[in-house]
Ligand binder design. Structure first.
Ligand code: HEC
Length: 493
């Protein structure tokens, strides 16, 4: 699968290695000794349970009927009552199972290693101290949510140690700047000079989708894989402070920069679309849910109109029909679908890809849907009426999975990007393949079309952004879009 659920980007790898190194060599006395002082359930115990146990002991169909995602259900226990005896770790079922040498061991032997001794010690100490819940947390509080609110995003690197994978790109409404996803930030580049102009720090580790709204604010979807997802609205023209000649905006704490949070989810949000009249915003993500907001009351009062569960797997693409009455969606469940926003019903399913469908678009007449997927194909299909869901034709293909599909809101222009390291341009009205843009040295994860339709930007796994001229397919600018990294890295061997 091209999109893994844990973050394998270089930056997370670098951080993870540094932390592992510290744990192994930097703090030996802490790692082996019992924790000092009272152990906090939420700060010390819950993170261990989340990392090692929630996968099987979650709220939905928990193994052994033991749901650990709430203090209340955890203490109540599963098939066997009371998994622990406050004050007596040795008499507690949970400790016996964690220490067991036979097949009863938790986590199960066939799935993972035994819990690390340092973590086991934290659990034992907490039980010894009475197995208490911290003050200020309700017994039935969702622990995943409690952990999320306590998590603080790191300050982005001044100079990146590795290039960051580019997952999302958007041209500003005046066509002059390009916004790129970074590591816990958005970066803004001048299209003409290719220079970094602005950094907007975000809670979100990686932006997966961005759309400009009619008033020039930027809607951003993303999150941390397997941890959290969000949809937020930013004012990228708000005031900031200058650091080393670059304007830095605090999109984590400054409400003038991060003007609204529309969604907080348990997993990453993958896609966004705005309706033609600019009044509605839709998102989709790894929780399989598609959300639709009415933005007309203002961002802070935006109304969540529908939460649609119509796909069996992660949602990778959303697109409004030109009249705003239907929403096209696509998913890792190998289908593209059409949802009627008025009757709140699923209207049709397009099943032909037989592989993850990673992007959708719709023709200006609203009658033809386009979808692109891991079967390498860009396909068109009937988006309504009696022939709904029937293929019109396969427009063309890449030699490897198509990762994203971008559509110009008015002009007949579609762009696809692929693992095959190319970007292709298409005319959705005639169905013609227009151009193949080659020259990237890695898989292309992001593609965007400028509002005036003259430029296309693409971004890769190895952190390269190219801005192409639509007219002749030449490169107008190539940027290494990781602050501090000047040269685009050599292609992998
Ligand atoms: C890969 C899945 C998996 C993981 C991960 C896992 N468990 Fe379990 N757990 C199970 C299964 C399956 C059972 C039921 C075993 C049975 O009934 O024989 C179970 C049962 C239990 C029970 C007994 C519940 C009862 O009342 O019968 C406890 C306690 C428990 N697990 C603790 C843990 C802890 C603590 C962790 C994390 C450190 C953990 N488990 C991680 C699969 C898992």
């Amino acid at each position: 699968m091209f999109r893994s659920h844990t973050c394998f980007c270089w930056l997370c790898f670098a951080l993870g290695t540094a932390i592992a190194f510290l744990l192994l060599f930097g703090m030996p006395q802490q790692a082996s000794a019992q924790p000092k002082g009272p152990v906090s359930f939420i700060n010390d115990v819950a993170p261990i349970l989340k990392e090692n146990c929630f996968g099987c002991h979650g709220a939905k169909n928990p193994k052994g009927k033991l749901d650990m995602t709430k203090f209340e259900t955890f203490m109540k226990g599963g098939i066997h009552d009371e998994p622990l005896e406050p004050g007596m770790p040795d008499k507690s079922l949970i400790i016996q199972l964690l220490k067991a040498k036979d097949a009863s061991r938790m986590p199960p032997k066939e799935n993972s290693e035994a819990l690390a001794p340092a973590k086991l010690a934290v659990l034992e100490q907490w039980i010894k101290e009475g197995a208490k819940l911290d003050n200020g947390i309700a017994k039935n509080a969702d622990l995943q949510r409690e952990l999320r609110t306590r998590w603080k995003p790191p300050t982005p690197f001044a100079i990146y140690p590795f290039p960051v994978q580019i997952n999302a790109l958007a041209f500003t409404p005046d066509n002059k700047k390009l916004v790129s996803s970074g590591h816990h930030e958005l970066t803004v580049w001048d299209v003409e000079t290719g220079k970094l102009e602005k950094r907007i720090y975000t809670r979100c580790r990686r932006a997966m989708a961005m759309v400009f709204l009619p008033d020039g604010k930027l809607a951003v979807a993303g999150g941390r894989p397997g941890e959290e997802g969000d949809v937020r609205i930013y004012d990228i023209n708000a005031a900031g402070k200058t650091e080393n000649g670059i304007l830095v905006l605090d999109g984590v704490n400054d409400p003038k920069v991060m003007v609204a949070k529309l969604l907080e989810a348990d997993d990453e949000v993958q896609c966004l679309a705005v309706s033609a009249d600019g009044k509605k915003l839709a998102s989709g993500g790894c929780d399989r849910v598609v959300n639709v907001w009415d933005l007309s009351p203002g961002y802070d009062k935006a109304k969540l109109e529908q939460s649609i569960e119509n796909h069996a797997d992660w949602v990778f693409g959303v697109a409004f029909s030109p009249d705003g009455k239907h929403l096209l969606t696509c998913s890792r469940d190998k289908t593209a679908k059409v949802w009627d926003l008025t009757t709140k019903e699923s209207v049709l399913t397009f099943p032909d890809h037989q592989a993850s469908v990673n992007g959708v678009a719709v023709k200006s007449d609203g009658k033809v849907g386009f979808s692109a997927g891991s079967d390498n194909q860009l396909r068109s299909w009937n988006a309504g009426g009696d022939a709904g869901g029937k293929a019109v034709k396969a427009l063309g293909s890449h030699t490897k999975p198509i990762l994203k599909l971008a559509q110009h809101p008015k002009l007949p222009l579609l762009a696809t990007c692929s693992e095959d390291m190319t970007v292709k341009l298409w005319n959705p009205d005639s169905g013609a393949a227009l151009k193949t843009l080659s020259g990237h040295t890695d898989q292309v994860f992001a593609v965007a079309i400028s509002p005036d339709g003259t430029l296309v930007a693409s971004g890769t796994w190895n952190g390269e952004v190219k801005i192409w001229k639509v007219a002749d397919g030449t490169v107008a600018k190539a940027i290494s879009a990781s602050p501090g990294i000047v040269a685009v890295p050599a292609p992998p061997k």
